[in-house]
Structures are given as structure tokens and as C-alpha cells.
Ligand binder design. Sequence first.
Ligand SMILES: CC(C)(COP(=O)(O)OP(=O)(O)OC[C@H]1O[C@@H](n2cnc3c(N)ncnc32)[C@H](O)[C@@H]1OP(=O)(O)O)[C@@H](O)C(=O)NCCC(=O)NCCS
Length: 378
Amino acid sequence: MTQTVITGSGLYTPPNSATNEELVAAFNKHVDLYNQKHAAEIEAGDLEALQYSSEAFIEKASGIKSRYFVDASGILDPERMIPNANEGTWVEDKTKMSQMIMAIEASEKAMEEAGLQPEDIDLIVFSSTIMQQHVPSMAITLQSILGTKGFAYDTQMACSSATFGLAQAESFIKSGMAKRALVVTAEYLSPLMNYKDRDSHFIFGDVGVATIVEREDLMKGNKGFRMVSSRLHTELSENITAYWSFVSRLTPEKIDDSYLYFKQEGRKVFKELLPMVIGLIGDHLEENDLAASDLKRMWLHQANINMNLFAAKKLLGRDPSFEEAPTVLEEYGNTGGAGCIIAFDKYHDDFKAGEKGILCSFGAGYSIGSVVVEYIKK
Ligand SMILES: CC(C)(COP(=O)(O)OP(=O)(O)OC[C@H]1O[C@@H](n2cnc3c(N)ncnc32)[C@H](O)[C@@H]1OP(=O)(O)O)[C@@H](O)C(=O)NCCC(=O)NCCS
């Protein structure tokens, strides 16, 4: 049977960032400006005063201390609260597109680790929460910039984008339609956020990740993570939404409505999604005659610290060590579909042949993607 192996990963970290302190200072200034502007309506009881955000709440509720942004200055401007565009002349030069910058650097690093040249790749799966450009696709544009062969296409699966992309690459390779795939998740999420929303202004950051999946018998390098088994699951929920669409321009008067941007019922997500995730991982491991304790590492979706630790603890039946379930939330925040790959990229060098791990993402949709891997060395 054809085997597939993850032989490289790459991470692009944007040059700008914002700490909780900086984000909360901007948000609270925005609150002051709003409450002053609407003082009469608030006084008359016709409007509710906005409430301050707090660094202590953010750290306790999410474990996030900082996050990276393509642009932080617009988000930290209390009069703006939207990222500034850093686009240059991207319509003429696609290498200047913010999302493409992330994709290119992450892809080059992944190819380097796998010891591949662009012409060795015959499939790009550009799998991200959002696409900066729809026609032509981001994937085909990246294909032409890098010089990869074969075919390339876009797919969107919110927080599970990277694991769904990996599973698609695995399927294409196993079916014989491709030999070596580049899976790219470039999460340019900040333009989709409502930085005036106290419940969610602190959650997300921008980042780019990429992985290489190769047919095992064609591997150019001598090591990697064999994809033992993949499992995907979806189930509709409106508890995480971002209804922004190209048809939004048809109703410009509604363009500032917060329902267009990221919105969530965080408590419901926590309560509904976690049992699904724990159940799916448990079943997936059992199908492969594995227990959580057989895994060296769980590279989990980086949603928030409480969710991550809860899932890992339920699966192991005890508190996980950092090595068993590493988190990158403190520095990167929630990075949508990229989170589990950031953790993988940073924490995989200590594996020995035969040791196993699981990549698992979960989030909006709802969607869950789970990939069991085994380290191999030839
Ligand atoms: C989002 C999440 C971190 C919020 O934590 P929480 O403990 O559930 O917080 P709540 O939204 O219930 O708010 C608790 C209180 O803090 C307040 N609060 C909310 N945001 C705040 C902020 N930025 N600063 C200060 N207080 C805040 C709320 O108003 C509420 O006050 P109340 O108790 O007086 O009503 C949490 O629900 C969660 O982890 N959800 C999982 C979903 C997730 O991470 N999704 C990401 C996409 S996968």
C-alpha cells in the first residue's frame, strides 16, 4: 500500500505584534471615546455603556499574552481598530500580498526541511480560513510564484484548515494523482476580526505555516512522520461565525455590522466542541490500537489554554506535561487553522523511530481533523 510521509514544515511569523497590555490600552481608549460620544444616550438609558477589557481576564480565560499581526498599528489605534493595509502594489506584484508573503516563506522553509526543489512538488493545497484573492486562486498564484508543477487548488476549513489539507494531500497521493504535496495554511485573520468586540478582540493572531507530504518510496530525505491514519468530521454550528462575503458590498449600509466579522458563543463552543473532539480522538486512537499514553506528543489546535489542557487531560486521564501537549498560545494566540502546525514545527525534533504523535485541529464549522503519525528514519 502507498504510504505518505510528512517530511517538512515551515513557519512564517509576521514582523509586528501586540501584547495584551497594548491591545487592552487601545480597546479601553476606544471605550472611553465611545462612552463620551454617547454620554447623553447612555445617561438617558437609551444606550448601554461599553465596558473595559482586562489583561487579567484575557490571560486567565485564554492563556494568550501576545499575538503577531501583519499590521498592529491600525488595530492599536483607538480611532481605527482595524488593521492598516500593508499591500503595496500587490495587484501588479502578487509576492507583495500579505497572505502570499506568509505562504511563500512558510513554503520555502518546508521545502528546505524536506530537501525538495519547487519542481519536485506536483500538488499545492492552499487550505486556510480565508482567501485574500479568489480568482485566480491563491494556490495557482503560489504555484506560479514558486514554480511548482502539477496542479494547485484552494480549500477553506477554518480552524481545521491544515489537518483537512494534510488529509486531502494524503488522499491525492494514495490515489496516484500526485506524488509530493505542499499544504499551505496562511492565516491572515486580523482583517476578519472585530477589534471593538470585548469578547473576542484578544483571541487571534496572523501566521503562515506549510507542510510537505511525500510518497514514502519517493522521499528525498531520510526521515519524516508517516501518516498512519487520518480522520475528518464536520457538524454545523452557528456558535462561531463570520458572515463576511463578496455579497456584503450589495448592502454597504450594513458593512460595519458586527455579524459580518468573527463572532462566537465561547461558552457554548467550549461545552459542545470539546466532547466531540475527545470522542473523535479516542475513537481514532482505538481504531489504530493505540491509547493516548502511547503517544509521545499531541500537537493540538491552539484554541485557548483551558480547552487544550482539558482535552489532553481527558485523553490521558491526568495532567499532560508540556512535552506531551505543547502550547504556543502565549506567544502566538489562536491562529485558526495553523495552530497545531506551529506546535508541530517547533516541537518535533526530539522524535525517535517508531514514536507516535497526533495532530488534531478543531473549531468553526464545527470541524475536527485528526492525523496519527509515526516517526520514521531510513
Ligand atoms: C472565549 C472564552 C476564552 C471566554 O472565556 P469565558 O470564561 O467563557 O468568558 P465569558 O465569555 O463567559 O465571560 C466571563 C465574564 O468575563 C467578561 N469578559 C468577557 N470578555 C472580557 C474581556 N475582554 N475583559 C474583561 N472581561 C471580559 C464577560 O462579560 C463575563 O462577565 P460576567 O460574568 O459579568 O457576565 C471561552 O469561552 C473559551 O475558551 N471558549 C472556547 C472557544 C474558543 O476558544 N474558540 C476559538 C475558536 S476555535
